[in-house]
Every structure is written in structure tokens, then in C-alpha cells.
Design a protein around this ligand. Structure first.
Ligand code: CTP
Length: 398
């Protein structure tokens, strides 16, 4: 395998001191690192230490004739597999969001034809500042990728979001990004992913729903899309940011979710991660239901089962249909019944008792198929998405 090439832009925040460790760890992973150090960055780390650790020339100045002769800003922006900005200050983030290019780092960010990853690091208030959040949104829409920031204590003594991700995480995610971006193992395939809760309206202002956050489905959709699958995310109402590069269809009721799924068939892969409401109100009240001093009885009927209707289709059935099973007891038995009754190829069974999964960032699942049961250790929902997607890649490459 050829060495992965990373162009690392180090900007001027206190977290810049961590870039020396970052360079060392990338080198341990056989990566080739070339660094750009901004003027403010060189207040925190010296060009000499960066150059010694990277064993490559360090670039600092846009108007340095020798540098421009050896490797101009255009060439610099072309030579890497990925451009990583770490740490990225609020300043470089706002310059990138507004297309300002007044030094070598910001000019390279504008000139590059390679993917860009930004690892922000700043004080919590600077991170939460509306202009920073606006800029982040703009950059995400422009297809820029982010690692972190994290919650934690800061050099300034405050605590909150804005801390640079750990160097191990930055190295791991950058390498993983390069591998998936350039291999695109699912590039010829399409996927639909359902996520989040559904809402079944009772009257114009009331509905029946559940506590699903949509996190697991969103990270699965995001990962499938990163691996090259043309991904449609069909989501009930959630409060989380939609992943980039997915076609997002927002729905409310189970019926709307089913229609959106059917409209997006044929598809090679279907992942039903939504917590679809099992019941809907028989008769929607056009006007707000008034109190009468008496009990209110609502007639509920069963909703359509979306997974089952996809898994048991005669035509346009996706080649791989994956469902979830949320259980509070008899996990394997109940999930295996769902595998068979819903015509799915795999069921991801999770024990949702005691509020330990819904809305949380971690999941501990069993993958059940006709080939047997795999127990996965407790991991983040994002790691579940990675592991599941890798299994999907393997499934289609055999
Ligand atoms: N599912 C669906 N449509 C429904 C109900 C569930 O597509 N109306 C899907 C879910 O997205 C999930 C799987 O079926 O992939 C299992 O959902 P779960 O809530 O665990 O089970 P239910 O089928 O609702 O059965 P029960 O609530 O009785 O356990």
C-alpha cells in the first residue's frame, strides 16, 4: 500500500502544542505528513520542531519566493490525500466559511481539490457563538468534514464543548476517512435507511410518539453514504443534524414513512432503524379535543409494519434487508421471531430495558441472521454503524 499523504494545517490556538504528538502518531501509522504553520500557529510551536518530527519542509508564507518555487500553494494543495486543519481556530473556520484567503493556510483551503477535515479547538463561548455555529453549518453544507470538538476542561480554565479531540481519535478518523473516501466499496449500490420516531396525530396539536432520538439510524445512513452508497434517509421528527451527502426525506406518520420507502425502491440495501409507532388513532379529530370532565377513550388500530412490507415484497425487494429489535425481555427469542416474521435478512437486537439505549450514545447489540448470532461488545452508536457497514461491504463483495 502506498503511504497516506496528509497536509496538516496548524493554526494558532493553545491546542497547537498537541500537533507535535499528532505528527508523531501519524508517522507511526506510516503516513507522510507535510505541514503548514500559520503565523499565529508558530507562536505556539516552532517550525523547527514541526519540521524535525514530520521530516518534511514546513510551509509558512504565501509570498516566499523559494517556497513558491519549490512547491507553490496550488501544488501543496494537490499533493495530499486529505487536508487536515488541527487545531482549527474560530478564525480559520470563519475565513474558510467566507472564502477569505489572506495567508498560505486559507489560500490552500480555497485552492485544494482534496477533501478537507477540520478539528476545531477553542473556548466554549467562542464555539457556541452564533457566528461560529453559522460558519460550521456553512462548511458542513460545503462538504467539509469535522472531527470533534469534544466536551471537557479547557486551557483557559473553563469547561464545555470546544476541546480538541484526542490525537488518537484524530489519527484514527483521518486514516479511516482516507481509506473509505478513496475505496468507496459501496459506490454502485443504493440504500434506504429509516430513523427516528413517528408521530401519529390525535388532533391538530396532539400526537402519540416515542422517545427515539434517531441517532443510530442517522450514523448508519452517514456511514453508508461515506462508503459510497447512494443513501436516502427517511426520518421521523428528530432534533439532530442530518448527515451530509444523504438524501433526507422528513416524514411524520408511519404511513408517510412507508410511502417514502416505497417511492425510493428499488434499492439494494434497506435498514429499518426507525422506532415506528405501533398504533395510530382510528379517527383523527379535525378540531382540538376539549375536556368534558369525563375520561377520553381513543380507538387505536395497528400501524402498517414497514420492515415487514419491505422484507416480504415479491417485487423490488432490496437484496439486503436489515431490521432492529428493541426488546426489554427475552432478547434473542423475540428478535429471532422478528427475523422470521418480517422477512429480514439480519436483525440487530438491542436490550432497551432501563433506558440504557434510547437517546443515548452507546449501544450493545446482537446481530441475528440465519447463520447464527453475533454478540457485539458495548460501543458507540457510531462504531455500531461502522461495524455494521463493514459487514454490509463484506456481504456485497462475496
Ligand atoms: N418496524 C416497522 N414498522 C412498524 C413497526 C416496526 O418498520 N410498524 C420495524 C422497526 O423499524 C424495527 C423492527 O420493525 O426495524 C422491529 O421494531 P420493534 O419496535 O422492535 O418491534 P415491533 O415490530 O414494533 O414489535 P413489538 O413492539 O411488538 O415488539
Amino acid at each position: 500500500m502506498t503511504k497516506k499523504k496528509i497536509l496538516l494545517i496548524i493554526t494558532g490556538g493553545i491546542a497547537a502544542y498537541k500537533s507535535l504528538d499528532l505528527i508523531r502518531k501519524f508517522r507511526e501509522q506510516e503516513c507522510d505528513i507535510t505541514c503548514i504553520l500559520t503565523k499565529a500557529g508558530s507562536e505556539f510551536v516552532t517550525p523547527l520542531s514541526v519540521e524535525s518530527l514530520s521530516e518534511n519542509k514546513v510551509y509558512t508564507d504565501l509570498f516566499n519566493l523559494t517556497d513558491e518555487h519549490q512547491m507553490g500553494h496550488i501544488q501543496l494543495s494537490r499533493m495530499a490525500d486529505v487536508v487536515l486543519v488541527s487545531p482549527a481556530t474560530a478564525n480559520i473556520i470563519s475565513k474558510a466559511a467566507h472564502g477569505i484567503s489572506d495567508d498560505l493556510a486559507s489560500t490552500v483551503l480555497k485552492a485544494t481539490n482534496k477533501p478537507v477535515i477540520i478539528a476545531p479547538a477553542m473556548n466554549v463561548q467562542m464555539w457556541l457563538n452564533e457566528s461560529t455555529q453559522r460558519n460550521i453549518k456553512t462548511l458542513k453544507n460545503d462538504g467539509i468534514n469535522f472531527i470533534g470538538p469534544e466536551n471537557g476542561s479547557m486551557a483557559c480554565g473553563e469547561y464545555g464543548e470546544g476541546r480538541l479531540s484526542e490525537t488518537d481519535k484524530i489519527v484514527e478518523e483521518t486514516i479511516d476517512f482516507i481509506e473509505t473516501y478513496y475505496s468507496q466499496p459501496l459506490k454502485d449500490l443504493s440504500a434506504i435507511v429509516t430513523a427516528g420516531p413517528t408521530q401519529e396525530m390525535i388532533d391538530p396539536i396532539r400526537f402519540i410518539s416515542n422517545e427515539s432520538s434517531g441517532k443510530q439510524g442517522y450514523v448508519i445512513a452517514s456511514r453508508l453514504s461515506q462508503l459510497g452508497a447512494k443513501t436516502t434517509l427517511i426520518s421521523g421528527p428528530t432534533h439532530i443534524e442530518p448527515p451530509a451527502n444523504c438524501n433526507l426525506i422528513k416524514v411524520r406518520s408511519a404511513n408517510e414513512m412507508l410511502n417514502a420507502c416505497e417511492n425510493n425502491l428499488p434499492s439494494d440495501i434497506a435498514v429499518c432503524a426507525a422506532a415506528v409507532g405501533d398504533f395510530k388513532v382510528d379517527k383523527f379529530n379535525n378540531e382540538k379535543i376539549k375536556k368534558t370532565g369525563d375520561n377520553l377513550n381513543l380507538e387505536l388500530s395497528e400501524n402498517v409494519d414497514i420492515l415487514k412490507s419491505i422484507g416480504t415484497r415479491n417485487s423490488k425487494r432490496p437484496k439486503l434487508v436489515i431490521g432492529f429489535a428493541a426488546e426489554t425481555n427475552n432478547l434473542i427469542d423475540n428478535a429471532t421471531k422478528k427475523l422470521n416474521s418480517k422477512g429480514s435478512d439480519w436483525i440487530i437486537a438491542n436490550d432497551v430495558s432501563g433506558g440504557k439505549v434510547i437517546g443515548k450514545n452507546h449501544n450493545e447489540i446482537c446481530l441475528i441472521s440465519n447463520r447464527g448470532i453475533e454478540n457485539w461488545p458495548k460501543m458507540t452508536k457510531s462504531d455500531v454503524a461502522k461495524k455494521l457497514s463493514q459487514k454490509i461491504v463484506n456481504y456485497f463483495s462475496h
